[in-house]
Every structure is written in structure tokens, then in C-alpha cells.
Design a binder for this molecule. Structure first.
Ligand SMILES: *[C@@H]1O[C@H](CO)[C@@H](O)[C@H](O)[C@H]1NC(C)=O
Ligand SMILES: *[C@@H]1O[C@H](CO)[C@@H](O)[C@H](O)[C@H]1NC(C)=O
Length: 256
């Protein structure tokens, strides 16, 4: 058929588009799973800029061909959250979080890394905020950089297919607040002591200057320089003294 031949390239380009439309029409599946902070009693489950989550093991078993991303958002971004924004897009860049990007996506990985069967001794947690090297690197918008403040933050996992169409999502976690108490305390303490150190050093410098001036005055007065500077007063005093002594001793002599 001459008619069917030109149709082939067209259908080839139509297939991904159709798949995309189908996926969007089908919508996102909501998986009944809420991401949680690591249950093991790890030291530093939350720090001032990181927190540790349980891996979403086995959660995406019906989506084994997808790429699973962690979404970190500020709570105000959740009501009208746009799941269609792809990981690495400017609106989801770590470097712009939380000012112009109200959420970022990081730790993208395949289902293979979140398998159902657990081998003993295996790490089954994720540390969010552990990558400092890319925190300011705009070319790495999916950086797992240190969190910019105490939060609170809410997280979920979102699975995208190869066309970066979201297929499945978990629920949002409870708000996660990072540690501030001790960190702020030590900061204030160190600021306080820094101020004290500055004040003490200024005072001691002032005292040293005063002492130096005093010493300089004493030294210069003991040497000839003080004498030369006092040329106007010393001879006068001497002459007055001489005059006085002369006068005082002269008069009784004259009277006698
Ligand atoms: C996975 O898919 C199977 C069949 O397609 C279904 O019975 C099951 O409920 C699904 N599991 C989840 C967690 O969605
Ligand atoms: C969500 O993001 C996609 C991709 O950028 C965009 O096409 C769509 O309009 C956005 N939806 C809303 C409701 O903002």
C-alpha cells in the first residue's frame, strides 16, 4: 500500500506522546506509605542540617521500571504541589530552595536500590543533606545538599517513568524539624565570648597605649630631649629662684 508507508514515522513519534497522554490521563497512583525518620536509635537522626529517613523498601514494587526521587518541600508548597515538574528543573533546584523553589528533588535511584528482601547488616536508611560539595553548584540542581534551616520540611517519594512522567507517589511525611536548640545556644555563647574577648582586648590595648605614653613621657623628661623642650620654663624658674634666693638672703643682710 502506498498510503500506509508515510504513516510509519508518524506513528513512531506518536507512540511516546500517546504513552505520555495515557500516563497523565491515568493519573498518579497514591501509595499508602508515609516516609519516616529512621527508626533505629542512630545518633544524629536529625542534626542542624541533615535528617535520616528509612528507605522506601519494597514500596514501589509495582513500578520497578521507574526512577524514584525524594521530594523535600516546605509545608506551604504542599497544597498545590505540581508533580509534573521534572527532577532537576529550575523550580525544583536545591540551590534555589526554599526561596524561589519551594521544593527540591534529590537521591534519584531505581527500584533495584530499594529491594523487598533485606540482607542483614545492609544500610536501609537515607541521609538527607549529606552532600556539601554541590550545595552552591547551579549545574547540580539535584544535589543532596545541607538543609538551609531548621524547617519544618515534609518529604515524599515520587516515581517517574523514562519520559519523566510521574506514575506513583507516597504520602507526605509528618513535618520534620531539625535541631536548633543546642546549635543556637553554642552560637550565642560563642558570640558572647567573642564580644567579651573584643572588649577585653580593646581595653587592654587602650591601657597599653596609656602606659606607653606615660613611659615615653617619663623617659623623655629624664633625658636631654625633655630639657630642650622645657627651655622656656627652666631658665625662668632658675632665674626666679636665683633672684628669690638673692633677694631673700640679701635683705636680712642689708638689714643687719
Ligand atoms: C501491584 O499490582 C498488583 C497487580 O497488578 C496489585 O494486585 C497490587 O495491589 C499492587 N500493589 C500495590 C502496592 O500497588
Ligand atoms: C506543572 O508543571 C508542568 C511542567 O512544567 C506545567 O506544564 C503545568 O502547567 C504545571 N501545572 C500547574 C498547575 O502549574
Amino acid at each position: 500500500h502506498p498510503h500506509s508507508r508515510p504513516r510509519h514515522p508518524r506513528t513512531r513519534t506518536m507512540v511516546p506522546l500517546l504513552l505520555l497522554l495515557l500516563a497523565t490521563a491515568h493519573g498518579l497512583e497514591k501509595i499508602q506509605y508515609k516516609p519516616e525518620l529512621a527508626v533505629s536509635n542512630l545518633e544524629g537522626r536529625t542534626t542542624a542540617s541533615t535528617f535520616v529517613l528509612e528507605q522506601p523498601r519494597c514500596i514501589f514494587k509495582n513500578y520497578s521500571d521507574t526512577e524514584i526521587w525524594l521530594v523535600v518541600a516546605i509545608p506551604s508548597a504542599i497544597p498545590d504541589f505540581n508533580n509534573s515538574l521534572a527532577p532537576g528543573s529550575p523550580e525544583r533546584a536545591f540551590q534555589k530552595f526554599p526561596e524561589s523553589a519551594h521544593a527540591y528533588m534529590t537521591l534519584g535511584t531505581t527500584f533495584m536500590n530499594y529491594p523487598c528482601n533485606r540482607t542483614p547488616g545492609e544500610i536501609t536508611v537515607l541521609r538527607v543533606g549529606s552532600e556539601t560539595s554541590c550545595a552552591k553548584d547551579m549545574s547540580r540542581p539535584t544535589c543532596n545538599g545541607p538543609l538551609p534551616g531548621p524547617g519544618p520540611y515534609q518529604v515524599k517519594f515520587l516515581a517517574f517513568n523514562s519520559l519523566t512522567v510521574p506514575l506513583a507517589e507516597t504520602e507526605w511525611s509528618e513535618p520534620i524539624t531539625l535541631r536548633t536548640g543546642s546549635a543556637a545556644g553554642t552560637l550565642m555563647k560563642s558570640r558572647h565570648s567573642a564580644g567579651m574577648i573584643a572588649l577585653t582586648s580593646i581595653l587592654s590595648i587602650l591601657l597599653a597605649i596609656l602606659l606607653a605614653i606615660l613611659v615615653a613621657m617619663l623617659v623623655s623628661c629624664g633625658s636631654d630631649t625633655c630639657g630642650s623642650s622645657g627651655t622656656f620654663s627652666k631658665p625662668d624658674m632658675v632665674s626666679v629662684q636665683r633672684y628669690n634666693t638673692h633677694h631673700v638672703y640679701d635683705q636680712p643682710a642689708a638689714q643687719l
